[in-house]
Design a protein around this ligand. Structure first.
Ligand code: XMP
Length: 308
């Protein structure tokens, strides 16, 4: 059983010994893992850690404010609005993997720029056990990472031996707000994986609005504590509807709500029908471009959690 207070004490000692008086940098996504890793390292080296929060223009509603409000007095936080750089490169791109690749490349470019400004020697990452156990096997923790322009940083992964539930326990012990440590996982490319086809400002806005409604209603129902992820996908399909006695032709939105332990498999549970209907009614009423909402009932496998 993990003892969070000794874990924190020992980690802080080890981080101090490793980083000493050098500068370190972390990409803070606002997710649980990078948040816990940031706060842990900040407790060890203070202002010498710069936590960079990159706004790629694909964030959930209110996310930039949420992250800044939560961390401004806990971290040496740097907010970078790189949305036009990301969205410019994504123009006309439809393929989901291509979108992910572009987002990854732009992200590294933006991040490297900041690492150079800071003069960072160390790169902190919120890698957790399933990330490396399921991907590459047991690669060693302290190795070097070369960034595209040639900058070489030494990797520090303070929570790499922990599983998600343990990260949450450590996060609570280290003083992060309860609802922050219990947040649903949110993919790095953000709304890009929830908008089918080309990303336009309108489609991103529609998807963002639909997701805000889903989050609000799921939280009202208290299901945010048991669902692994809950979100809305803006499909590229347009369907006929009728709004205010007038035929309309608008988008189809798909609701996806799953239970899971580690995202390797996922189940769609029975959901409160009232909540599903409320979400559907609200999305079609509050977002003029949407005429139809459907509910995904497919488990993983054979489906994946994300649709795009
Ligand atoms: P799938 O769709 O493969 O998703 O069943 C499994 C888990 O991974 C998340 N996911 C991503 N996370 N970048 C991320 O950081 C991505 O490109 C990405 N694609 C999927 C997904 O939200 C789920 O938790």
């Amino acid at each position: 059983m993990l003892d969070p207070s000794s874990f924190i004490k020992e980690s802080i000692e080890e981080i101090k010994k490793t980083i000493k008086d050098e500068k370190a940098i972390i990409a803070l996504s606002g997710g649980v893992d990078s948040s816990v890793a940031s706060v842990l390292v900040s407790k060890a080296i203070g202002e010498n850690l710069t936590a960079v929060f990159v706004d790629h223009g694909l964030l959930r509603e209110g996310e930039a404010d949420y992250v800044q409000n939560t961390f401004h007095d806990r971290l040496n936080l740097k907010y970078i609005d790189a949305s036009s750089e990301f969205l410019g490169k994504l123009q006309g791109v439809e393929d989901p993997e291509e979108k992910r690749k572009i987002i990854g490349e732009v992200f590294i470019r933006v991040f490297e720029r900041e690492a150079e400004k800071v003069g960072a020697k160390f790169l902190v990452q919120g890698t957790i056990a399933p990330d490396w156990i399921e991907s590459q096997g047991n690669i060693k923790s302290h190795h070097n990472v070369a960034l595209p322009h040639g900058m070489v940083l030494e990797l520090v992964e303070p929570i790499r031996e922990l599983y998600k539930d343990e990260v949450r326990i450590v996060g609570a012990e280290i003083g992060l707000p309860t609802e922050m440590v219990n947040r649903q996982p949110y993919p790095g490319p953000g709304l890009a994986v929830r908008v089918a086809g080309e990303l336009t400002e309108d489609k991103i806005r529609i998807c963002r609005q639909a997701n805000a409604i889903v989050e609000e209603e799921v939280q009202k129902e208290g299901l945010d504590k048991t669902l692994w992820q809950y979100f809305a996908v803006l499909t590229n399909t347009k369907v006929t509807g009728v709004k205010g006695d007038i035929r309309d032709y608008g988008y189809l939105v798909v609701l996806r709500m799953v239970e899971s332990l580690d995202a390797m498999t996922a189940d769609v549970p029975e959901l409160p029908w009232n909540m599903v209907k409320t979400i559907s009614r609200r999305i079609t009423a509050e977002i003029p471009e949407v005429t139809h909402v459907s509910l995904s009932v497919s488990d993983k496998p054979p489906s994946t959690i994300e649709l795009a």
